[in-house]
Design a protein around this ligand. Structure first.
Ligand code: GUN
Length: 284
């Protein structure tokens, strides 16, 4: 029987800390502000953006949404980003991904001022993370590290296996576990004999985007299992990348879906926005 990692509860604590920090900044005349850009009408993006705006309001962060039509040109998008870069009331800029077909997300991200890049997707911030000298961490991996710390789970010397190598989750996740002295293996769709690798993991992070991809036989007894997935099962019900029913009895700790990693992602975005406001206004 695993201990269920309560992402909702830990995220509420992070949000409460952020709210206190926002209040402190406001006393000094600074209101952190987040600009959220969303292009087109992807329903999942719409939900994420609404949740991000709501979370900002709850902790006192100013937010504004820039909802653009799917046929927006790259030049228009870059012009918007540059205008937001130069605004003193905007501490953080986030462009919700994926962008509609034909729009180059790298070109957009590279135009966000690194100090306002609260997703930590800009190459300058990615490089800083690689070096272990950063202002911001990407929200999902940062949220996972926060959960591990909260539950007193150390990566030191452990076999850490990350399944998935996306720029948003898998790659930075591997780097953060490495910074904390884990022995890290990053797996992907070309990994041979995946099961033999995942079965070695003391800490297993699943970020593949395939429902119930991690089955019971892929997990070692006593492993810590972190599920980044937000998938739909065969009945259209929300589920993760981990087959929870089969894996939970073997794991020592496991994140549920929903209520595990998901709530942490937004909490860390709020934290990054406050960090950005502090740096831009030279407040410790
Ligand atoms: N799409 C999926 N996850 C993310 C994220 O963390 N940030 C942005 N901007 N888009 C996403």
């Amino acid at each position: 029987m695993a201990q269920i990692i309560d992402g909702k509860g830990v995220a509420a604590q992070v949000r409460a800390d952020v709210a206190k920090e926002v209040a402190r900044l406001k006393e000094r005349g600074v209101t952190p502000g987040l600009a959220v850009i969303v292009v087109g009408d992807d329903p999942a993006s719409r939900i994420y953006v609404n949740n991000k705006k709501k979370a900002c309001a709850e902790v006192g962060i100013y937010s504004e949404e820039h909802a653009l039509a799917a046929d927006t040109t790259l030049d228009e998008l870059i012009a918007l980003v540059r205008a937001l870069n130069s605004r003193g009331d905007i501490s953080g800029i986030l462009c919700q991904l994926p962008l509609p077909n034909g729009l180059d997300d790298r070109a957009v991200i590279e135009n966000i001022a690194p100090i306002k890049d609260v997703d930590a997707f800009h190459p300058a911030n990615v490089g800083r993370i690689m070096l272990g000298d950063y202002h911001f961490l990407p929200c999902t991996p940062a949220g996972i590290m926060e959960l591990l710390h909260h539950y007193g789970i150390s990566a030191e010397g452990k076999e850490c296996v990350v399944v998935g190598r996306s720029n948003i989750v898998g790659k930075p996740m591997s780097m953060l576990l490495l910074h904390e002295n884990g022995t890290v293996t990053t797996c992907h769709s070309r990994t041979r004999d995946l099961k033999s690798v995942t079965a070695r993991a003391d800490i297993l992070v699943a970020a593949v985007g395939k429902p119930k991809f991690i089955t019971g036989d892929m997990v070692k007894d006593g492993a810590v299992v972190i599920d980044v997935g937000m998938d739909r099962d065969e009945n259209g019900k929300l589920c993760g990348d981990v087959d929870f029913a089969a894996v939970e009895p073997k794991a020592s700790y496991i994140t549920p879906v929903p209520g595990g990693v998901g709530p942490m992602t937004i909490a860390m975005l709020l934290k990054n926005t406050v960090t950005a406001a502090k740096i831009q206004n030279m407040i410790d």
